[in-house]
Design a protein around this ligand. Structure first.
Ligand code: FES
Ligand code: MG
Length: 580
């Protein structure tokens, strides 16, 4: 009797648990896959949400990963069902993978709710796949565990390590400055990406893998184990076992993704020198699960935290060394021993607290995971800026910036959009020097559309040739997590949404003051109002797709996480009506 009762509490029993026309239909078509009767007798059905795609090279090894998750699920007495969702790879997808993060999240949400599953394993890797799947799952709130694909092995060039993305930016600047040949530049292509996996720098993929672990949605060490290390597949297997137990414990995502978990994640982001993209993605995930999170939380919780993970682009090493040095649990232990883990008792998917998972974690290499009193940067985190140029905020990553430029006043050199930038930056007569501030408009969520990673504008070739390495750059765009520089991003509201960024003119003076969190255009209020009133409306891009129009009409600004207005919130996983 109690067995029967247990069966009936499973969500999937509303598909497979009845001896009638509907039960017949749901089971019969599944049986065309060679599934015997007993699989339908009350076993927890576990969805494996797979972002495998050969067009998302970072996730191209995910069918093998899924096989290992299945082994764990079967061992624990569950019934695995793997399903594909929209896979948005960072490297191939144009105009930007960010444009389809929300689309993928809708796919995930509707796939989970509409199908017979009691829990879900999210297979994530490349940048946007992690937030997209967590957003979709958060809107359903069933037991959920994240398994990341893991980073690539270290890139190699001329006997030295090179990091994904970061090497591209560095080598490209070196070619433009004439310090390396085009032949050397091209030789880096093969050596940089020489194994399965995600970018091996602390870019957005590694950052979001660390965020998923810090939020408690993964087993310990998920973030850093290399993609090709067999321990990655053991972790996938163990995650499969664990998700079946989570069904029995009814350990839903909302019990993991609490306000406390997000505060832990913000603190960890500062310690790892994580990507600015995390600001947008964490806000979007928090919005789905109903946790309040504001830009200022990055200041109050994150700032003042030392960056102790010495990885590119901020530092020297790569994800392989990070794992061998102790991975994220080692970082959390260091933070916790310094009193820097805000919520040690936050619950994680293995049923233990965040601190229980990390309190005994060894650190094997103090250069890669540095001591708190010998950090890469004493005051890491994300600098949140506000002012008349960014009334709803902007961000800057101090660990990737030049300290001397973080307090700076300079003359604006303005680009109306990305195309204008590309053409104008090459002009040998451009009135620009090392103190100028490069300003680019119309690259935000609505403007690009999709808020592409173009904010780290390459410097004018004539200044590169003079040896200039960094300048202050400001835009409503994002920046790749693998990039670096004194780059102000996510200016909100964006120019296309009527933000003051749109009225900056060549020669205006701009003050950046990271210490006080200020970003100001030095014009009077009257001048500002007059320019805003008389500005010409920027035309929307002319050839939009249907989805792009939906995106432009409904995307929220960067400070709100760029989710669609109609997707914010958790809608639960109530079983929909029958289909016949
Ligand atoms: Fe996929 Fe960097 S391009 S993780
Ligand atoms: Mg990226």
């Amino acid at each position: 009797m109690s067995e029967t009762k247990k069966k009936l509490t499973l969500r999937s029993a509303q598909w497979f648990g009845t001896q009638d026309k509907n039960g017949f239909m749901y089971r019969s078509w599944m049986k065309n896959q060679g599934i015997p009767d007993h699989e339908f007798e009350g076993k927890p059905i576990i969805g494996i949400c797979n972002t495998w795609s050969e067009l998302t090279p970072c996730n191209a090894h995910f069918r093998k990963l899924a096989e290992h998750v299945k082994r764990g699920i079967l061992e624990a007495g569950g019934f695995p069902v793997e399903f594909p969702v929209f896979s948005n790879g960072e490297s191939n997808l144009r105009p930007t993978a960010m444009l389809t993060r929300n689309l993928a999240s809708m796919d995930v949400e509707e796939s989970i709710r509409g199908n017979p599953m009691d829990a879900v394993v999210l297979l994530v890797g490349c940048d946007k796949t992690t937030p997209a799947l967590l957003m979709g799952a958060a809107s359903c709130d069933i037991p959920t565990i994240v398994v990341s694909g893991g980073p690539m092995l270290n890139g190699k060039l001329d006997g030295k390590d090179i990091g994904s993305g970061t090497a591209v930016w560095q080598l490209h600047e070196a070619v433009k400055a004439g310090s390396i040949t085009m032949h050397q530049f091209m030789a880096a292509e093969s050596g940089m990406s020489r194994s399965a996996g995600t970018c091996n720098t602390m870019g957005t993929a590694s950052t979001m893998a660390c965020m998923a672990e810090a939020l408690g949605t993964t087993l310990p060490h998920n973030a850093a184990i290399p993609a090709v290390d067999s321990r990655r597949y053991v972790l996938a297997h163990m995650s499969g076992i664990r998700i079946v137990e989570m069904v029995r414990e009814d350990l839903r995502l909302s019990k993991i993704l609490t306000r406390e978990a997000f505060e832990n994640a913000i603190r960890v982001n500062a310690a790892i020198g994580g990507s600015t993209n995390a600001v947008i993605h964490l806000k979007a995930i928090a919005g789905r699960i109903g946790v309040p999170l504001e830009l200022e939380d990055w200041t109050t919780v994150g700032r003042g935290t030392p960056t102790i993970v010495d990885l590119m682009p901020s530092g020297r090493f790569l994800m392989e060394e990070f794992y061998y040095a102790g991975g994220l649990p080692g970082v959390v232990r260091r933070l916790g021993e310094g009193g820097l883990v805000p919520h040690k008792d936050a619950l994680t998917v293995n049923g233990k607290s965040f601190w229980e998972n990390c309190q005994d974690a060894p650190v094997y290499n103090d250069e890669v995971i540095r001591q708190l009193d010998n950090p890469l940067l004493a005051d890491g985190g994300i600098c949140i800026l506000r002012g008349n140029l960014a009334p709803r905020g902007a961000v800057l990553k101090p660990s990737a910036a030049t300290p001397a430029l973080m307090q700076h006043r300079g003359k604006a050199v303005v680009f109306e959009d990305f195309e204008h930038y590309k053409q104008r930056i090459l002009d040998p007569d451009l009135d620009v020097d090392a103190d100028s501030v490069l300003v680019m408009k119309n690259c935000g969520p609505k403007g690009y559309p999709g808020m592409a990673e173009v904010g780290n504008m390459g410097l004018p070739p004539k200044l590169l040739a003079q040896g200039v390495k960094d300048m202050v750059r400001i835009s409503d765009a994002r920046m790749s997590g693998t990039a670096y520089g004194t780059v102000v991003l996510h200016v909100a509201p964006e120019a296309m949404a009527g933000g003051p960024l749109g009225i900056v003119q060549d020669g205006d003076m701009i003050t950046l003051d990271c210490r006080n969190g200020k970003l100001d255009l030095d014009v009077t209020d009257e001048e500002m109002q007059q320019r805003l009133a008389s500005r010409a409306e920027k035309q929307q891009p002319s050839h939009k797709t249907g989805y792009q129009q939906l995106y432009i009409d409904h995307v929220l600004q960067a400070d709100q996480g760029c989710d669609f207005d109609f997707l914010v919130g958790s809608r639960g996983a109530e079983v929909p009506k029958h289909s016949h």
